[in-house]
Ligand binder design. Structure first.
Ligand code: ATP
Ligand code: MG
Length: 394
């Protein structure tokens, strides 16, 4: 069946007053961006509290739906067939044709729900529904009307033309990217941080990312894996500015100067400091990590407190309460899992101690960091200066 348009339903955007149009405009923009990768000229139109995507004469239905399913803020996608308005009798014939094409031999319960966006239409909505329902009953002897719990609802919208739809394809929910500020994601090649980034972006936050690279201990392929992960997330949230920080010298220096059981914590504190530098520079309002309580030694509440201590910006950890399995399921759903499990080493695993502290004492950690006084400022400056910014997903 050829659908001429999609009705885009959005719930949370029924947000109060003046913000509503900001939301709708952001959603229209994100839909346009998502569809720019699909062949054909689509037009995205905001019409009296609704958003429609009008399709070109030829387009790939599945590809279009897939693209729309990645746009945060969309609750449901309804494929629409549009008929000219040639009077109610003709509309009744059109709706019967729609039913025959879409549900041949329909035998279940149904109702027709009519909405008059064009108030000058001469027949009231209820009468239109009754008339159309009658025609469907005539054409489908096995079908019956149930206005309370129908198995099928045929929606008819009377606009300049007559819009008919009955399918509801679920969208991702959330809020349109760009409506809730910007945050900096610490993106490793693991399973958790891509999911964390997705979850923050789903709430309307534009994300940027930083990856700590430690050549030659971490390979070009490990870096490429992170670029690939950023590209997968970018399919949902738009282009990501990925900062690739050369972290080797800082790591080696910490390794030389500090007790090995504190390595991970101290390293993470430097990661946070550097991430915050770029976050502030790019107008981000928070940092985002893929940490989950208790998952590893560096993710106890004490360890999280120790990493937080060095940040002025809030640190958001959207998967904090998830078990690994729950994160894995989400990674599968958003399409990052297969890339995340590619076996390229990450810098944390190489410099990891056999028995890392799980309850770091802040005073002790600070004292250990004092051992870095001689060179750390210069190494930090060097790391910031040599950071490569890759725009992923444009
Ligand atoms: P992930 O699966 O996201 O790598 P993880 O369970 O391996 O997480 P850690 O290695 O302790 O956990 O890292 C915790 C968080 O710190 C990560 O989720 C990520 O946000 C950040 N992080 C760790 N390593 C890096 C890195 N090399 N570059 C950027 N961020 C990193
Ligand atoms: Mg990791």
């Amino acid at each position: 069946m050829l659908f001429h348009a999609f009705l885009i339903k959005y719930a949370e955007i029924a947000i109060k007053g003046k913000n509503r149009y900001l939301f709708e405009d952001a959603l229209v923009k994100q839909i346009g961006l998502a569809l720019s990768s699909v062949e054909g000229e689509f037009s995205v139109v905001k019409e009296r509290g609704r958003i429609y995507v009008y399709c070109p004469e030829e387009y790939d239905f599945d590809e279009t739906v897939e693209a729309l399913k990645r746009v945060f803020g969309i609750v449901a996608i309804c494929p629409v067939v549009i008929y000219e308005d040639r009077g109610l009798e003709q509309t009744a014939r059109d709706v019967v044709e729609y039913m025959k094409a879409r549900y041949p031999d329909y035998r279940g319960t149904f109702k027709v729900y009519t909405r008059r966006a064009r108030k000058t239409y001469p027949v009231p909505s209820m009468e239109v529904s009754a008339e159309l329902g009658g025609s469907i009953l005539d054409a489908f002897p096995g079908a019956s009307v149930d206005v309370h719990e129908p198995e099928l609802t045929i929606s008819v919208e009377i606009r300049d033309r007559i819009y008919v739809y009955s399918d509801t394809i679920p969208g991702p929910g959330g809020m349109p990217v760009g409506t809730n500020g910007r945050a900096m994601l610490l993106l490793s090649g693991g399973i958790d941080s891509p999911v964390a980034g997705y979850m923050i972006a789903k709430r309307g936050v534009k994300i940027e990312a930083v990856y700590f690279h430690a050549p030659p201990y971490t390979s070009e392929r490990a870096k490429q894996k992170v670029v690939d992960l950023a590209a997968i997330i970018a399919r949902y949230c738009g282009p990501i500015r990925l900062h690739v920080v050369n972290f080797t010298d800082i790591q080696l220096y910490i390794y030389d100067q500090c007790p090995h059981e504190e390595l991970t914590i101290i390293m993470r504190r430097y990661m946070m400091r550097i991430a915050e530098h770029f976050a502030v520079k790019d107008g981000c309002l928070g940092l985002v990590t893929g940490e989950s309580i208790g998952q590893v030694a560096s993710q106890t509440l004490q360890s999280l407190a120790a990493t937080n201590e060095v940040c002025g910006l809030p640190v958001y950890r959207p998967v904090i309460g998830f078990d690994k399995q729950e994160i894995v399921e989400r990674a599968h759903r958003i399409g990052t899992f297969d890339t995340s499990v590619l076996p390229y080493e990450d810098c944390c695993t190489i410099f990891v101690a056999k028995h890392p502290v799980t309850k770091p004492n802040l005073k002790v950690i600070r004292r250990s960091e004092e051992k870095l006084a001689e060179k750390i400022d210069q190494l930090m400056e060097e790391a910031l200066k040599t950071t490569e910014v890759i725009v992923v997903g444009e």
